[in-house]
Design a protein around this ligand. Structure first.
Ligand code: UDP
Length: 422
């Protein structure tokens, strides 16, 4: 290893990426031993989906903006790949880090094409619901990644069962616990002040007497029937529903000509401070967001998960969440769903999602690996499989002019099967 500072590129692109990685970003960007370049793909770009989170979480804005755009997943992801490639080619980082399961994550292909080792933050999560684009992206990046930070041993088992090298997977617990500790629990008075009578009056809701809602998943809003059953569900809620709706959801709502039930107040997406107030002062949260079900479990607020399958079954384990499958409304009648939600209200559970040190763990491990040249994990010697046949010799023996045979065993040489850099 030379004295050169190792370089890390961090590639993010949507609202929850900033939230989830906020502490990690601040730790690693303050470390003088590594040179970090934070790249924003442009998948989310409006102030209320991007910049507000940098401001509220005290995260320095990205050094590079790719400004990728597109009107469907293929256009967005290919635009990010095409724009990221020349940036990585110029930067030549020692590793590129991606988070989660988004169109931005799929731009890890640009890093792979350039033989830049890939780090996956939030790896090995699986819902096994193949309707979700995210589910395919998870599999792709986990198989390309050299290092995977996963939250729980059960996630690591999933990855190993799929053939991923166990030595590439590091269990760290869930950083959302650290984030809420730092930005919510340690600043409770700030949120108490924000949650004024005026806050609720101006939004047309009463403190403690409404449900907060989010809904954006493709398999929920793009399937007309599922979206209709979701609207029927919230229309049957015994309280008002305050719904900061993603722009995609608003657009589909219009396209389908659906009308919101009268108890639903729909607004544009809001900043993190505001959403934390909305969650913590609600009677419960109705959502299809992965991050929100974790947050509510940690904040002690019950939730309804509008999902057929989840990659976060832990929230059911601790009984902080009620299931609603939008494709099977008869099996999950609104009356039962809301009776369960109300039953959970005020109950306590141990969320068990983390110990508040996940961001720090990821930061330390990434820096340690960069400093000791231990990021790349696809060198022949790293494989956990028997790869000798791929590296075997040809086994062809030629007769030397004197008649003696030159031997070529067909077995791999020690050098080719275990050494060599990629
Ligand atoms: N959130 C927010 N404002 C909103 C809705 C959500 O700040 O109007 C936060 C929420 O607390 C969570 C994250 O955004 O931290 C969830 O984002 P999203 O549902 O888009 O992503 P997912 O978790 O499904 O990947």
């Amino acid at each position: 290893m030379t004295n050169r500072k190792p370089k890390l590129a961090i590639v993010l692109g949507i609202r929850p990426d900033v939230i989830r990685a906020s502490l990690f970003l601040n730790l690693i960007r303050a470390d003088p031993r590594v040179e970090v370049t934070f790249i924003w793909s442009g998948q989310h770009y409006s102030d209320n989906l991007k910049d507000v989170f940098f401001r509220e979480l005290g995260v320095k804005p990205p050094e590079i903006e790719l400004d990728a755009r597109g009107s469907n997943d293929a256009e967005v992801s290919s635009s990010i790949i095409a724009r990221l490639y020349p940036v990585l080619e110029r930067l030549r980082p020692d590793a590129a880090l991606f988070l989660g399961d988004t169109n931005t994550v799929i731009s890890c292909l640009a890093a792979a094409q350039l033989n830049i080792p890939i780090i996956h933050f939030e790896g090995c999560m699986r819902s096994y619901d193949w309707r979700m684009p995210e589910e395919k992206y998870r599999g792709v990046i986990d198989h390309l990644a050299d290092v995977i930070y996963t939250y729980y041993p059960e996630y690591k088992r999933q990855g190993v069962d799929e053939g991923i090298n166990p030595r590439s997977i590091v269990v760290v617990t869930n950083p959302i616990v650290d984030v809420l500790q730092k930005y919510y629990f340690e600043r409770k008075e700030f949120y108490d002040r924000l949650a004024s009578d005026e806050f609720f009056a101006s939004r047309g809701i009463e403190r403690g007497n409404y449900y907060a809602m989010t809904c954006h998943r493709r398999e929920n809003v793009h399937l007309k029937e599922s979206f209709r059953t979701i609207l029927d569900l919230v229309g049957a809620a015994p309280r008002k529903v305050y719904f900061p709706a993603s722009y995609r959801t608003q657009k589909v709502l219009q396209e389908y000509g659906f009308h919101l039930p009268p108890n639903v107040v729909m607004v544009d997406p809001v900043g993190y401070h505001e959403f934390l107030v909305l969650m913590t002062r609600s009677a419960g949260v109705i959502t299809d967001s992965g991050t929100v079900v974790e947050e509510t479990a940690v904040l002690g607020i019950p939730s309804v998960q509008m999902r057929k399958a989840t990659e976060r079954p832990q929230t059911y384990d601790v009984k902080s969440s009620v299931k609603f499958d939008p494709t099977l409304p008869d099996r999950y009648p609104a009356r039962t769903v809301f009776a369960k939600l109300e039953y959970l209200r005020g109950r306590k559970w141990k969320h068990g999602l983390g110990d508040g040190s996940a961001s720090e763990r990821i930061y330390r491990d990434v820096v340690e690996r960069l400093l000791t040249d231990r990021v790349a994990m696809h060198r022949p010697r790293d494989y956990h499989l028997d790869i000798r046949r791929s590296y075997r010799e040809d086994g062809i023996a030629l007769r030397a002019p004197g008649g003696a045979r030159q031997r070529s065993s067909g077995k791999p040489s020690a050098r080719t099967a275990s050494g060599g850099r990629r």
